[in-house]
Design a protein around this ligand. Structure first.
Ligand SMILES: Cc1cc2nc3c(=O)[nH]c(=O)nc-3n(C[C@H](O)[C@H](O)[C@H](O)COP(=O)(O)OP(=O)(O)OC[C@H]3O[C@@H](n4cnc5c(N)ncnc54)[C@H](O)[C@@H]3O)c2cc1C
Length: 588
């Protein structure tokens, strides 16, 4: 039942939503009055909403745990005995065969729809379960999960698209390497990150993950396999691959830069007591020259005037430090990392005598520091999850898998979650950070918030979806860049959780809040991450993201007839309901 509902089949209301979106029709004016939600669905929804913590603890968590154990063994067995990088060529040939078959049937006039990968929508890491796949022909790519090569000279790793971050750290860390942009959540795949977006707390030095990609191997709509790099004859295609979400071709391999890392890092936590101090310090630290800027930099915002900046650097440690000072923060009984960091407000750094503290973390624990608490989402999913008694007795159960939470989410619950819960990530020029944080406070009032700076690079006519970067401090450099640099400094602002108004059972108009935030983001030359719950129309999406090169490459490669347009893959999966449960009218 849950799965059906998730797919939008269970009632008139959800059909109205999913059909409207899947077909890409505007519902303006003639929006259909939804059929009444039956009493039992209301009842189930009420139970699931009111007892979410218990249901997650007694049902979702044990299932996730069992699956985690089975999958961990399966991954270990697969990674140890079953990987077949030498058969990669055969797997690519099979993708090409399927694409050519689709093409032949299409040319013969058959109604074959467009193409997409066969990855199950609920497995995607994101709050929404997209429905576009129902109308597409699924091309089998789900067996592409091998690391193909680690090149110690070129300092790159070549992977098939479904290799995930957990697999990569297990393989690279023992060799003393990590991805240059090593993404946090273990279940995120290298294919999803490189065709979508990937950012981390060292993005202020290296940019988004797309800047660290040396080559994409892509099967085009014709079935041809192309190797795209920044400088070869496919450079234009290379430039527009990130954020395209697989709408230019099927990714079959990706070569990504790696760096040498040490096994331990020193984390220094610096509390800030005003918004101004926080913003000024983040800007200063992110713009320090290489060698002086912290290798990893982020801040966690705990209130309007309360934030803790985290500066992370690699260290060599002594036996004494190894025995007494290393904090393996991901062990099951430890407090959630973000809660632990908040302790900086009450502590004094012994070395400096200033507020805050510093500690040593194993690099693997630092890389995956938010996996256990899904950033801070677990606070809402299992409200008692950070209680010491719970941690010691049940902490080893870990966090529920996002995929399972999605499976247990009926359409009615999903609607309710969308209107009472925020998952937002925006990337805006660093000069707008203070206004952005004020806006988040006014519109959402959710804490903690995630903040980290990011370089957006200027690639001239191969810029892709992101527009050429804006200036810093309003000073125009050549071509509007930060003077003397081929990049501009931006900042990611992430809000995940329940707005204070909803917690206080006060009215909160999520549509108004989101639309306000979206138009502010567009006006400030920022971007909204596509995996979030957004309300952008197609035109607004195109205003935010530059489609010039993308449209050109889609036409040139035949992708326009073979793959959905990117907006059709990422568009809001639900229509928004007003207080009467009616579908809102917003033309697309
Ligand atoms: C809890 C959570 C935490 C997150 N944390 C981070 C974070 O720390 N850093 C960060 O940068 N982002 C983060 N994200 C966002 C994440 O980067 C994006 O959602 C990412 O694109 C999803 O990766 P995925 O592996 O689920 O890929 P998918 O969502 O499955 O893939 C992204 C797109 O690429 C397409 N695609 C994938 N593989 C192929 C292929 N082989 N051929 C063609 N098309 C393909 C898919 O169809 C899809 O449209 C987070 C998201 C969530 C929900």
């Amino acid at each position: 039942m849950a799965a059906d509902n998730t797919n939008g089949h269970s009632n008139g209301r959800s059909n109205g939503h999913s059909n409207g979106h899947a077909n890409g029709h505007a519902s303006s004016g003639a929006s259909r009055a939804p059929e009444p939600v039956t009493a039992w669905i209301r009842f189930v929804t009420y139970i699931l909403e009111e007892h979410r913590g218990k249901i997650n603890f007694f049902i979702v968590l044990p299932i996730s745990f069992l699956c985690d154990v089975v999958w961990s063994w399966r991954d270990w067995y697969y990674e140890t005995f079953c990987t077949t990088p030498h058969l990669h060529g055969q797997r690519v040939a099979e993708v090409q065969r399927q694409v050519r078959e689709w093409r032949a049937r299409k040319d013969a006039g058959e109604e074959v729809g467009k193409m997409c990968t066969d990855r199950k929508p609920f497995l995607t890491m994101g709050p929404a379960t997209r429905t576009f796949k129902k109308e597409c022909r699924k091309i089998k790519c789900s067996d592409m999960c091998d690391i193909l090569k680690v090149d110690h000279e070129a300092m790159t790793v070549t992977c098939e698209p479904l290799v995930n971050m957990g697999h990569i750290t297990r393989a690279l860390l023992p060799m003393g390497y990590a991805l240059k942009i090593q993404i946090e959540m273990e279940d995120l795949t290298i294919g999803g990150l490189s065709m979508g977006l990937g950012m981390e707390t060292n993005s202020h030095r290296f940019g988004l993950i797309q800047e660290t990609i040396r080559a994409y191997d892509v099967v085009l709509a014709s079935g041809e396999l192309v190797h795209c790099t920044r400088d070869n004859e496919h450079a234009a295609l290379f430039g527009v691959m990130a954020w395209s979400c697989g709408t230019l071709g099927f990714l079959v391999a990706v070569e990504v830069e790696i760096v040498k890392v040490k096994p331990y890092v020193r984390a220094t936590y610096l509390p800030c007591f005003t918004l101004q101090e926080h913003c000024a310090e983040m800007k200063r630290l992110s713009l320090l020259p290489e060698g002086q800027t912290p290798p990893y930099l982020e801040s966690t915002v705990y209130g309007k005037d309360r934030a803790v900046i985290q500066c992370i650097e690699f260290v060599d440690i002594s036996w004494r430090e190894w025995l007494f000072e290393v904090n393996s923060c991901n062990l099951w009984f430890k407090p959630y990392y973000y809660k632990w960091v908040e302790g900086a407000f009450e502590r004094t750094n012994r070395a400096t005598g200033k507020p805050g503290f510093s500690e040593i973390l194993p690099i693997k624990h630092y890389y995956h520091r938010y996996t256990r608490s899904i950033f801070w989402e677990l606070n809402d999913l299992i409200p008692f999850g950070n209680n010491p008694l719970y941690r010691y007795l049940f902490g080893w159960l870990g966090a529920p898998k996002i995929a399972f939470i999605k499976l247990f989410m009926t359409t009615a619950i999903r609607e309710s979650v969308v209107t009472k819960h925020v998952v937002q990530d925006i990337v805006v020029p660093i000069d707008s950070m203070q206004d952005g944080l004020k806006l988040f406070h006014e519109q959402f009032n959710i804490y903690p918030l995630l903040v980290f700076p990011i370089r957006i690079y200027d690639h001239g006519d191969k810029q892709g979806f992101l527009r050429r970067p804006r200036t810093i401090d309003g000073v125009d450099g050549p071509d509007g860049q930060h003077p003397g640099k081929a990049w501009g400094m931006y900042v990611d602002l992430g809000a995940y959780g329940v707005p204070q108004a909803v917690r206080d059972k006060q009215p909160w108009d999520f549509e108004k809040a989101l639309l306000h935030m979206e138009s502010w983001t567009r006006a400030h030359g920022g971007y909204q991450c596509f995996y979030t719950d957004f309300l952008l129309t197609r035109d607004e999406y195109k205003e935010m993201f530059d489609h010039t090169l993308y449209d050109k490459m889609r036409k040139l490669t035949g992708a326009d007839i073979a793959f959905p347009e990117v907006y059709d893959k990422v568009r809001p999966e639900l229509k928004v309901c007003d207080r009467n449960g009616r579908v809102k009218t917003k033309a697309h």
